[in-house]
Design a protein. Structure first.
Length: 263
């Protein structure tokens, strides 16, 4: 596992976007051999998405042959709802780049059969040969997507009940009213993320510092789902100085030394 510690959020977003764009361009995707990219929602990836949009408009990358699978979606929110993750992705990325609508996949939280929706999602990922690179963020309690602490590290896409902590954090998007935050979501599993050939997790701000410390310096545990990355053959955590605030000085020095410079 690599840990890249950048000075601030802007720097980490530019590095992450540039890295992913290089991976896409190096892959030379075609319609019959698309680059399959896993994507998150929330505030963490917004800076990366802005960079994707800029680089796309400047002609430095095309998403025409990129296929995406999003991490999660609330149960009970229609796609048009202002807080649905479908709406988040179309507003903040898909409608501003050259990706065809048929190329992006987002779980349907309004599906009549939620278990079947999750099964079909896993089958769709497998149908494209798996995910080449999964971009993600983490919650303050160490969750990935909506895999809360206690989630099985072998879990697959499924219906998940959200913790009160997660709902309280997300209440800011629902007029501060936790009662408006859906109690359940559809989410890819920890195992789904771990199946990706490469995983990049972005972590920013002091509120994520304890979760990052547990994931990097603690043991692999279902109580900190992000810790699973210790077992991934090609995982990168990209963080800022604030998020690294709980790490031991020796840990910070080690990772900065092996990257060859202070970023």
């Amino acid at each position: 596992m690599r840990l890249l510690i950048h000075r601030d959020y802007e720097k980490l977003c530019k590095w992450t976007a540039s890295y992913i764009v290089k991976r896409i361009n190096g892959y030379s995707p075609k319609k019959d051999k698309p680059f399959v990219l896993g994507l998150p929602t929330g505030s963490s990836p917004l800076g990366v998405y802005k960079e994707f949009i800029r680089l796309n408009k400047e002609g430095k990358v095309s998403f025409a042959d990129v296929v995406t699978f999003n991490m999660d979606e609330y149960v009970g929110l229609p796609a048009a709802h202002k807080e649905s993750y479908y709406r988040f992705m179309t507003d903040n990325l898909f409608n501003q780049i050259d990706i065809p609508k048929e190329n992006y996949h987002i779980l349907n939280g309004m599906a009549a059969n939620l278990e079947k929706e999750c099964k079909n999602y896993e089958e769709a990922i497998a149908g494209f040969g798996g995910i080449e690179l999964f971009l993600g963020g983490i919650g303050e309690n160490g969750h990935i997507a909506f895999n809360e602490p206690g989630s099985s590290l072998a879990s697959r896409t499924r219906v998940k009940t959200l913790s009160m902590d997660t709902r309280l954090v997300n209440a800011r998007f629902f007029d501060g009213d936790v009662k408006q935050v859906p109690a359940k979501a559809l989410t890819v599993g920890v195992g789904t993320v771990m199946d990706a050939r490469e995983v990049i997790i972005i972590v920013s701000g002091p509120k994520k510092a304890r979760a990052l410390q547990a994931a990097v310096e603690g043991s692999v545990s279902h109580m900190c789902p992000l810790s699973c990355l210790q077992m991934h053959p090609k995982a990168i955590i990209v963080c800022d100085e604030d998020a690294a605030g709980e790490l031991k000085n020796e840990t910070v020095k080690y990772f900065k030394d092996i990257e060859g410079k202070n970023i």
